[in-house]
Structures are given as structure tokens and as C-alpha cells.
Design a protein around this ligand. Structure first.
Ligand code: ADP
Ligand code: MG
Length: 666
């Protein structure tokens, strides 16, 4: 749980209308980064905030900056720079949410690919806050359609991401075009040297806020994680509930609204669940916890605040439905189980973007958290059949019950309707299972989103699991690569066209010469690699993907944009490949041909002898590097925090030899 020194929002000198909005959206208390950042930002100080994804950085700057806004002054007072269009929209939406009670407030998201005319009109009409991607903001500055004379604050959100995407020069250019004396807040999950340099150059006496974590061990608790997007969580949870034998359970979510919503959904699915949140009176909260003790309810859906001090020995399971803000909070949450000398189980849900948090929790708790297999609908149905049979057996063998009367009904019925007792029993079974079907439809089987995944993610599973999933992984990869390829190209073109249409190129050009850093839909930063195997080696795409999937223990969705040329291929893999895995992959062979992986550093479209282009001078950020010496991005980026590399992991078996990998997916 968050440390006790953290105040409530009401203690933070925020505009009361904003505090009211927070209660409307269901926030109960500030996250650690918010508690630490809001006071200095309110005072107008510069700020350097380092914290991982999901720690609540948006509100950390949005709330104080909104408080400091003059709504009557209709020219931009705050400029937020964010790396992608999605994040731009997200941040603008967050501002809207927090400002829902501020009359006449306007925030405008600005990004490439969006209709310019609309943006211009909205800018003319007057906005208080602009959130944009660097390229588009530069365009508007050059066209003078964005006037920053009245600007009070610039926020660099996800600065390391902007660096990774090659925007850092643009960011500096924009900063150079803002009024002297403006407040600057820089938020980043990591602090690689180029970001540190930007901070040194543009922040004046900044307050530094770092959300770091202490280490603890949690022995009596078996832990597992489930990677699921937000829209998959409920389905994943209900399946876990079906197959896990639990007594009492606590499920943690972020907001009070979510406690109520999720408790209701679980109730509707036949579980006895209740919400526990800070809006409830102390008496009601105590009664609810007592109900869990007395087994009147089995599941509590709680926020961190409300769960404080809950000590119920029958809690066998803790589910982190929403990721905690920090590792301390994680340790506190899962400490609700495994009490009084019993063992407990803790399940952590992480979205693909939050995999970093998983890694730092592993570090803080000094242990590896394995992935949990989400049961397929088939397994869920099998489990229901087993439970159904058990239910019948329990009644059948009970000494206290006499079934004579009912047997009479059965034989009468069978006589009257000329049916067998089996037919009648089947009818009864059918009638009983309507709420929780014992049989799954073909459609359900086909569309089972959890039929294949979850078992592989980081390669620490047995061989069978991996092979089973190779097939699916490939299917998804191909789909993913296709969609992504299209999306990325369009986006890239959009950006470049924009800057051209603006007339003059920016003084400092974007580094087109650098390897493009693609991102799969899962939002994991990717790096392009070159493999020394190609069409001439009589190798198929499937061979390569299979080899990488198996050897790197990598899920198909993380193997992207495979392109095969005559003598080599290129492929995008998640950034931050561990060194030993990289060395291992160099030796892996496909059809006797060593793949000899290396970081790709040239154009990938012009065939075999495309010259490796030179990195720009001072190629100081990610992605620019000569071909020799070959090294993984991991080496180069040693300045950044080491904690955030979760997706790829070397298989634990130390004795693995590189092996032939021509056909290992089936
Ligand atoms: P980050 O920028 O650090 O990745 P976000 O600002 O996107 O994190 O916040 C992550 C999620 O946490 C969002 O869904 C947000 O609504 C939620 N959140 C942020 N602060 C709080 C809070 N104080 N209480 C409850 N939920 C919060
Ligand atoms: Mg953010």
C-alpha cells in the first residue's frame, strides 16, 4: 500500500472543482508520484518525475496545471508533448475528465494525420491546453497557427519514449521556441543519458521525484501473472474463478467506481461479492469485512485505501485486477492472503504496457513471477461437468436424505412418457445447467481468446506448451505484422507529409536514416534485427518465426514485420533483449544455416546489398549504431534503468545447446 505519509487529494491545495471531479471519477487518494509532484508543480517549480507506466503520471501534472489555469485567458497556457497519437488523445481525455466541472475549459489534442483545418479552427477559437505530438506542434509553430506567448508550462510526457521514437531534437526545438521562464515538467519511465541532458539543459532547479521500490520477500504466497488487455480482464477473471479452488478472495482495483462495477458483475455471474471502498462509512466497511469472515460473501472487490488493515484468514487468493502503483503497494496487497501460517495465492493482471511493472515487482520481491495459464472455455466447461457430477454424488450418498419420493416421480414419469430414466435424467441435467452451461458451442470454442495464449510469454514453460502455441503465435504474428505494417507506414507518411506541407523542413531533421522502431499493437517498443538467413537458403518465414519463438521463448505477437530477402531477413523484436539470449540466438541455426542475429542498422527495403547507412553525428540515442561491433540494444542503453525488460527471457535451462530449428512448431 502507499505509504501512510501520503495525504488525501483534499490536502493538496487543488481547485475544489477538480477535487470534486476526482471523486466523480472514483479516485480515492493520490498515487505516490501524484502526492510528490502536485505540490511543487502548483508552486510553479520545474519537475523531473521518474516513474513507470501506470503510476498515474498524467494526473500528477494535469491536476496542478489545471488548478493554475486561468480559464478567462483563452490562449494556450500549457503545452504537453507526448510521443504518439494515442497518448495525445489519452492525455487530452484525462484533462477533460479532471476539468469536467470547470466551465469553459478547452483542451485540444493535436497530432499528425489529423485534419489540419479543424485544428486551425479550434486553435483560433481558443484553447487553454494543447496536447500534441512533436511533429505537428512544430508545424503549427512554423505556420504561426499556435501562439505560445502566454504559455506558462511545458510538459514532456513519456520523454524516453519520445527519444526512442527519434523526436528528441524536435522536442528541444519546441522548447527553444517557448517563452523564457516557463515552467517545465519532464516525466519519463527511465532516464537514459540523452533525456538527462535535456533535463539538465531545460529544467531550472527542478524538484526530482523518483518512485522507487524497496525489496521484500513474500514466501508463503504463490504468485502468478496474467497478461490481459483491459477488455479481456473480466473474462480472464471469471475463468480463474471457475477453476481455482478458493475460499475467500480479495480483488484489487484502482477506483471506487470499479469496486462497485466489478462486484456487481461478479454477483451477476453467481458469485457472492461485495465492494469495499472509501466512500462507504466505517460501519458499513466493517460489516462488509465481517461478512467475508462469516462466509456470507466470498469475494471483496477493494481499493487500496479501503483494504487497509483487512485481516481475514480465509482469504486464499488475492487478485490484482488493476496493477498497483508501486511494488510496496503490491506487497501490501498480496499480504492479505497467506495469513496465520497458511499459504495463499496472488494473481497479477498486467496489460501489455504494464509488463515493466511486472518486472520491477519481480525485482523488488526477488523472485520470478511465472505466467498463469488462463483456462480455455473447454477447460472451464470440463470443470463445470466435474463439479456438476460431484454435486449429484454428494446428494446421492447423503445419509440424511431419502430419495424414495423422487424415485417414485421418476418411474411414474418414465411410464407415462415412455422414456428411459436416462432420458429423464438428461432432461433434468439440461434444465439445471442453464445459468452455467456445461456444453460449449462451436462458436465459443472457435473464438476462445484464451485458448492458446498465456502459456508462453517469457519462455519459461515446458516444451509442449511452447510448441502448441507456436502455431497460434504464428497466425497472430502474421495478422499482427500485416496490420501493423500498414498502420506504421501510413502514420510515418502522414508525419512526413505534414512537415513538407508546412513549407520548410525543420532545422534539425528527423532521423530518417535511423532504423525505424516499430511497435506491435501490444505497445512494446521494438528493435529491428538482421538475420543471415534468407530465401536462397530455402527457408520459409515459418521456419524463422518458429526458431525465434522457441529459442527466445517469445510469443508470436512479439515477432513482427518479418521480411525475407535473398540472403538475409529482418525482423522486429522487443527492445532490451538480454545479452545471454542474444548470444544464444546468434548461434541458432535454421536448416543448418546459423541465423547470426545482429541489430539491423540499414535500409531494409532495397535488397541485399543495401549499404548500412551511417548514423548521424552524435548518434546518441537509441537505434543508431554501426554494424560492428554487433551488440544488443541492451548494451548500448546501459545508462537507463535495468529493470524494465520483461518480455524476453532466456529459458532457465542452463545447458541448452543451440539446435537445429527447421521444423519445430508441430
Ligand atoms: P502513467 O502515465 O504513469 O502511465 P496514467 O496517468 O496513464 O499512468 O494512469 C494510469 C491509470 O491509473 C489510469 O487509468 C488512471 O485513470 C488511473 N489513476 C491515476 N491516478 C489515480 C488515482 N489517484 N486513483 C485511482 N486511479 C488513478
Ligand atoms: Mg503516461
Amino acid at each position: 500500500m502507499v505509504s501512510p505519509s501520503i495525504s488525501s487529494f483534499a490536502d493538496l491545495a487543488l481547485n475544489p472543482l477538480i477535487i470534486k471531479a476526482l471523486s466523480q471519477v472514483g479516485y480515492e487518494q493520490p498515487s505516490p508520484i501524484q502526492a510528490a509532484s502536485i505540490p511543487p508543480l502548483l508552486e510553479g517549480k520545474d519537475l523531473l518525475g521518474v516513474a513507470q507506466t501506470g503510476t498515474g503520471k498524467t494526473a500528477a501534472f494535469a491536476l496542478p496545471l489545471l488548478t493554475n489555469i486561468d480559464v478567462l485567458q483563452e490562449s494556450p497556457q500549457v503545452l504537453v508533448l507526448a510521443p504518439t497519437r494515442e497518448l495525445t488523445i489519452q492525455v487530452a481525455e484525462a484533462f477533460k475528465k479532471y476539468a469536467q466541472n470547470l466551465k469553459g475549459f478547452h483542451v485540444l489534442p493535436i497530432y499528425g494525420g489529423q485534419d489540419m483545418g479543424g485544428q486551425l479552427r479550434q486553435l483560433q477559437r481558443g484553447v487553454h491546453i494543447v496536447v500534441g505530438t512533436p511533429g505537428r506542434i512544430m508545424d503549427h509553430l512554423r505556420r504561426k497557427s499556435l501562439n505560445l506567448d502566454k504559455l506558462k508550462t511545458v510538459v514532456l510526457d513519456e520523454a524516453d519514449e519520445m527519444l526512442r521514437m527519434g523526436f528528441i531534437d524536435d522536442v528541444e526545438w519546441i522548447l527553444d521556441h517557448t517563452p523564457k521562464g516557463r515552467q517545465v515538467a519532464l516525466f519519463s519511465a527511465t532516464m537514459p543519458p540523452p533525456i538527462k541532458r535535456v533535463a539538465d539543459r531545460y529544467l531550472v532547479n527542478p524538484t526530482e521525484v523518483r518512485i522507487e521500490s524497496s525489496t521484500t520477500t513474500v514466501e508463503a504466497i504463490e504468485q502468478a501473472y496474467v497478461q490481459a488487455r483491459n477488455d479481456q480482464k473480466l473474462d480472464a477473471l471469471t475463468r480463474i474463478l471457475e477453476v481455482e479452488a478458493f475460499d475467500g478472495m480479495m480483488i484489487f482495483v484502482r477506483t471506487k467506481n470499479a469496486t462497485v462495477e466489478l462486484a456487481e458483475k461478479l454477483e451477476a455471474r453467481g458469485y457472492s461479492a461485495a465492494a469495499l471502498n472509501g466512500d462507504m462509512t466505517q460501519a458499513l466497511r466493517e460489516r462488509t469485512v465481517a461478512n467475508l469472515k462469516k462466509e456470507k460473501i466470498d469475494i471483496l472487490v477493494a481499493t487500496d485505501v479501503a483494504a487497509r488493515g483487512v485481516d481475514v484468514p480465509r482469504i486464499t487468493h488475492v487478485v490484482n485486477y488493476d496493477v498497483p502503483y508501486d511494488t510496496d503497494s503490491y506487497v501490501h496487497r498480496i499480504g492479505r492472503t497467506g495469513r496465520a501460517g497458511r499459504t495463499g495465492k496472488a494473481v497479477l493482471f498486467v496489460t501489455p504496457r504494464e509488463m515493466y511493472m511486472l518486472r520491477s515487482i519481480e525485482k523488488a520481491t526477488r523472485g520470478e513471477i511465472p505466467p498463469m495459464k488462463i483456462p480455455s472455455s473447454k477447460e472451464v466447461a470440463d470443470q463445470r461437468v466435474t463439479a456438476f457430477k460431484q454435486q449429484i454424488k454428494d446428494v446421492l450418498v447423503s445419509d440424511e436424505l431419502s430419495l424414495d419420493f423422487f424415485e417414485g416421480i421418476v418411474s411414474d414419469f418414465c411410464l407415462e412418457n415412455a422414456c428411459t430414466a436416462e432420458q429423464m435424467a438428461a432432461t433434468l441435467a439440461y434444465m439445471m445447467q442453464k445459468a452455467r452451461p456445461l456444453q460449449i458451442s462451436e462458436k465459443e470454442l472457435k473464438h476462445d481468446q484464451f485458448a492458446f495464449n498465456q502459456d508462453q510469454g517469457r519462455g519459461d514453460r515446458g516444451d509442449r506448451g511452447r510448441r502448441d502455441e507456436g502455431r497460434d503465435g504464428r497466425g497472430r504474428r502474421e495478422r499482427g505484422a500485416r496490420e501493423e505494417g500498414r498502420g506504421r507506414r501510413d502514420e510515418g507518411r502522414g508525419k512526413r507529409d505534414d512537415s513538407r506541407s508546412a513549407g520548410d523542413r525543420p532545422e534539425r531533421k528527423r532521423r530518417d536514416s535511423e532504423p525505424r522502431q516499430a511497435r506491435p499493437e501490444s505497445d512494446v517498443p521494438m528493435v529491428k534485427y538482421r538475420l543471415e538467413v534468407g530465401k536462397h537458403h530455402n527457408i520459409t518465414a515459418g521456419d524463422i518465426v518458429g526458431a525465434i519463438a522457441n529459442e527466445a521463448g517469445l510469443e508470436g505477437q512479439y515477432i513482427n514485420n518479418l521480411r525475407m530477402f535473398d540472403d538475409y531477413s529482418t525482423v522486429d523484436l522487443p527492445e532490451g533483449m538480454p545479452k545471454d539470449l542474444y548470444r544464444h540466438l546468434q548461434k541458432v541455426k535454421v536448416k543448418s544455416q546459423p541465423i547470426n542475429i545482429s541489430q539491423f542498422d540499414g535500409a531494409d527495403s532495397s535488397g541485399d546489398d543495401a549499404p548500412a547507412r551511417k548514423p548521424r553525428s552524435g548518434g546518441r540515442d537509441f537505434g543508431s549504431r554501426d554494424k560492428a561491433p554487433r551488440s544488443s540494444s541492451r548494451d548500448r542503453d546501459s545508462g537507463s534503468s535495468e529493470g524494465d525488460r520483461p518480455i524476453m527471457r532466456r529459458k532457465p535451462s542452463g545447458d541448452r545447446k543451440p539446435r537445429e530449428n527447421s521444423r519445430n512448431r508441430d
